[in-house]
Write a protein that binds this ligand. Structure first.
Ligand code: HEM
Length: 401
């Protein structure tokens, strides 16, 4: 397959197209740990005990306390529940006190519900829940209270085609819970919501999501039937693009959340070859159209004998390619949602140091992604995912400096 070398924007082109072997091995470790499929970046980014066990040992709880929040570092769990809260509009001093109270309450509650022995009887007696969590701060609250957050934390711009519902978007404090099952999430969300409310936060929106349990070493599919999360960053790339490396934000990251409605029936009605060209990968094995195996790096310069691109100009993976962003990768841990027959889709959840990266990619996607006729962005949020709380620390201690 002839390729066109040396494009200006390609500052990251690897010498070899096949980059997946190490990623697959890392993913294999995560899969062993979780007993299900997981993307490599999750484990790669981890710096905590993740409950890795031998194949026969029951999985242990995933510790809440650690340098990084387990809701980003632990292998992706099959179910999620997001909760967004607002804080009252008050003076800065009162607002800062309320936020301290809320973060104290969340730290205490999350450390308890994620433990091996949560006191609530509804969380006892079953298999270890492997509940994980993350807590983030919205840009509006950070600006109002003058918090020590990364300068990159700003609201996203609006994009062409956005149909965002403010009642399902944004928020001052965001919590994402992930677990093996919906029951655990429902109970934990109730306890987290009650603790946050008692400390002064008001619920803004909640959203639940799920993904298929997959065989070890395989990538979960989304509702279009595609494997989603294949090209996630490995350990080195995650340190470079996902985590803040030093200073007060060290071990923090930023979550971009988009609730994207998908016209599942409309997409399914397309011929299979058409669907594969819209994505730029084959649905049945996840391989890029330029390659033969799922973890082959998509070669966006590969051309057909007639001069056309093998991965078409409007293919999703071409437009989202890190080659257009000096190699920048985001860690995607998305879930599907089902809020009734007329509203199903993807909870796009991606972690990155700088949300401007999302903006650059989404600007390209919203302009010409072949998936656009089948997608509608209906909600959005950005949050600074706080560094973890090691030892007996409380989340957010770095915010006040
Ligand atoms: C419902 C909407 C979406 C669907 C169905 C979807 C689906 C996919 C699929 C199937 C892949 C290829 C497999 C993989 O690497 O995971 C992919 C890759 C990717 N998507 Fe999406 N995606 C959606 C929205 C978005 C959005 C909103 C963004 C960011 C603005 C995005 C960014 C990416 C990136 C960065 C890649 C990896 C590209 C690469 O490195 O090759 N996606 N997506």
């Amino acid at each position: 397959m002839p390729t066109e070398q040396g494009k200006e924007q390609d500052s990251s082109r690897p010498a070899a197209a096949r980059v997946g072997r190490r990623r697959a091995l890392l993913a294999g470790g995560a899969v062993l740990a979780a007993g299900m499929g997981a993307a490599a970046g999750e484990l790669a980014a981890g710096d905590r005990t993740d409950g890795r066990a031998g194949a026969d040992a029951p999985p242990a709880a995933i510790p809440f306390h650690g340098a990084r929040q387990a809701g980003v570092t632990a292998p992706q769990q099959p179910a999620t529940h997001l909760l967004s809260f607002d804080l009252p509009r008050t003076t800065t001093a009162t607002g800062r006190k309320t936020l301290r109270d809320v973060l104290g309450a969340l730290t205490g509650t999350l450390a308890t519900v994620t433990s091996d022995a949560p006191p609530d009887p509804r969380l006892q007696g079953g298999a270890t829940t492997r509940l994980t969590s993350l807590v983030g701060i919205g840009p509006s609250l950070a600006a109002r209270l003058g918090l020590g957050v990364p300068a990159s934390l700003i609201e996203l711009p609006s994009f062409p085609g956005d149909r965002l519902d403010p009642r399902r978007s944004d928020g001052d404090v965001l919590v994402q819970l992930c677990a093996a099952d919906r029951w655990t999430l429902t109970v934990a969300a109730e306890l987290v919501g009650a603790a946050a409310h008692a400390a002064g936060a008001a619920p803004r929106w909640t959203q639940s999501g799920f993904m298929p349990r997959t065989a070890p070493g395989t990538t979960p599919r989304n509702l279009f039937g595609s494997r989603d999360g294949t090209a996630n960053p490995d350990r080195t790339a995650a340190e470079q693009w996902v985590w803040y490396p030093s200073g007060a934000h060290r071990n923090g990251t930023v979550l971009v959340y988009r609730r994207i409605h998908m016209d599942v029936a409309g997409f399914a009605a397309l011929p299979e070859a058409h669907r594969d060209r819209a994505i730029g990968r084959r649905a049945h094995d996840g391989a890029p159209l330029s390659g033969t195996a799922e973890h082959d790096e998509p070669d966006i310069y590969a051309k057909n004998p007639d001069g056309s691109y093998v991965i078409p100009a409007t293919a999703h993976v071409r437009l989202a390619s890190p080659r257009f962003d000096r190699g920048a990768r985001m860690l995607r841990r998305s879930y599907s949602y089902d809020d009734g027959p007329a509203d199903r889709g993807l909870l796009f959840c991606a972690f990155m140091r700088d949300p401007a990266q999302f903006t650059r990619v989404q600007n390209r996607l919203s302009a010409r992604d072949a998936l656009n006729p089948f997608l509608q962005h209906r909600a959005s949020a950005v949050a600074y995912v706080l560094p973890g709380a090691p030892g007996t620390a409380t989340l957010g201690e770095q915010l006040w400096t």
